[in-house]
Design a protein around this ligand. Structure first.
Ligand code: CP
Ligand code: NVA
Length: 336
C-alpha cells in the first residue's frame, strides 16, 4: 500500500519531509508523462466533489483538469448552489457526500470547517485554500523551486516572503520551512506580525525562520523572493487603505531586487496579483494610488512581474501536477 492512501490533506504538516519529496517526485513524473502524451488514466471509477465557498481560477481549474485527465467525474458546488453551511451543517454534509463521492476538495472560510469536514468524512478531503492555510499552493511552489535548483537541494535555499505575513500563504510557507528545513525570511511591518504571543515567540525561536520589519536585514542573498496580495479573500475592503499605508514600502520592485545582490533571484507570487494599474484602478480611488505612488503595481510592479526573474506562471502551471499526484496517491491503494 502507498503511504498516502486514504489520508486527508488539510495542511502541509499532515505530511512528513519524506512524504513531500515523494509527492514532488510523482508530480514531476505526471508532468512529464502528460507532456509526452504518456499519461495513464487510473481514476475512471472515481467521483470527486469540489466545494468552493470562495472564488478561484487556478485551483478549481487544476482540480477539474486533473480529474478529467485521469477520467474521474466531478461535481462543482459553490456557496450559492448548495445547502452547505446554511441549511445544512458541515458535519451532515460530510456524511452525505462520503456516501456518494470518493474525494472532497474544499475551499472555505476557515480551517475549522475543513477539519470538521474531514472528521466526518470517510473519504479523503483536500484543502483548496482556507483563511489559515494554502498547502496545495506551496506544494506547487516547492516543485517550481526544485525545477530551478542547480546543484542545490530544497533544504539549502533561502526564501524571503515579504508583505502580509498573517495570511494563508505565509502560514503554509512557515510549515514548509519547518518540515523541509530551508531558511525562510519573513519581512513585514511589526503591526502585521502575529498578535498571538505564543505563536510569535515560537516563530522568533526557530533556527531557520527569521522575522524582521527591516527590508535590508531580511533580503540579502536570497534565492527566491515571494509576495502575495495585501488583502486576502474574506477580509473587509475597508482594510485596504491601512494595508496600503503599512505595506507600500514592502512592494517588490526593481530597487528591492537590487537589494538582494543576486541578479538571478527568482520572483514568486501565488496569484492573483494586482500589478497592472489599468486592471486595479477600478478598485481604488485615485487619491490613495497617488498618495503612495502606486501607479506601477501594488504588492509587485508590473515591470518585475513581467521580468525574466519572475517564475510566477511556472508556479500556476505546477498546480495541476501536484493536485493530480495528491488525488491519485490518496485514492489508489497501490504504490504509484
Ligand atoms: N493561487 C490560487 O490559489 O489561485 P486561485 O485563487 O485562482 O485558485
Ligand atoms: N492570500 C490570498 C491567496 C490567494 C490564492 C487569499 O487568501 O486571498
Amino acid at each position: 500500500m502507498n503511504q498516502f492512501y486514504n489520508r486527508h490533506f488539510l495542511k502541509l504538516s499532515d505530511f512528513s519531509k519524506r512524504d513531500i519529496f515523494e509527492l514532488l517526485r510523482i508530480s514531476l513524473k505526471l508532468k512529464n508523462d502528460k507532456k509526452k502524451n504518456k499519461e495513464i488514466k487510473k481514476l475512471y471509477n472515481k467521483n470527486i466533489i469540489l466545494i468552493f465557498e470562495k472564488e478561484s481560477t487556478r485551483t478549481r481549474c487544476s482540480f477539474e483538469i486533473a480529474c478529467y485527465d485521469q477520467d474521474a467525474k466531478i461535481t462543482y458546488l459553490d456557496k450559492h448552489n448548495s445547502h452547505i453551511g446554511y441549511k445544512e451543517s458541515i458535519k451532515d454534509t460530510a456524511r452525505i457526500l462520503s456516501q456518494i463521492y470518493d474525494g472532497i476538495v474544499f475551499r472555505g472560510k476557515s480551517q475549522k470547517d475543513i477539519e470538521i469536514l474531514s472528521q466526518y468524512s470517510n473519504i479523503p478531503v483536500w484543502n483548496g485554500l482556507t483563511k489559515e492555510f494554502h498547502p496545495i499552493q506551496i506544494l506547487a511552489d516547492l516543485l517550481t523551486i526544485q525545477e530551478y535548483l542547480i546543484n542545490k537541494s530544497l533544504d539549502k535555499i533561502i526564501l524571503t516572503y515579504i508583505g502580509d505575513i498573517n495570511n494563508n500563504i505565509a502560514n503554509s510557507l512557515i510549515e514548509a520551512s519547518l518540515i523541509i528545513g530551508f531558511r525562510l525570511n519573513l519581512i513585514s511591518p511589526k503591526k502585521l506580525w502575529p498578535n498571538n504571543n505564543t505563536l510569535l515567540n515560537n516563530l522568533l525561536n526557530q533556527d531557520k525562520i527569521f522575522i524582521t520589519d527591516n527590508i535590508d536585514e531580511g533580503i540579502n542573498n536570497t534565492d527566491f523572493i515571494y509576495t502575495d496580495v495585501w488583502l486576502s479573500m474574506g477580509e473587509s475592503s475597508k482594510l485596504w487603505e491601512s494595508r496600503i499605508h503599512d505595506l507600500h514600502i514592502y512592494q517588490i520592485n526593481k530597487k528591492l531586487l537590487l537589494k538582494t545582490k543576486n541578479k538571478n533571484v527568482k520572483v514568486m507570487h501565488c496569484l492573483p496579483s494586482l500589478h497592472l494599474y489599468n486592471h486595479y484602478k477600478k478598485y481604488f480611488n485615485n487619491t490613495i494610488i497617488s498618495k503612495y505612488n502606486l501607479f506601477n503595481g501594488l504588492e509587485i510592479t508590473d515591470e518585475v512581474f513581467e521580468s525574466k526573474n519572475s517564475i510566477i506562471f511556472k508556479q500556476s502551471e505546477n498546480k495541476l501536477h501536484v493536485i493530480k499526484a495528491i488525488i491519485l496517491l490518496t485514492l489508489l491503494k497501490n504504490k504509484y
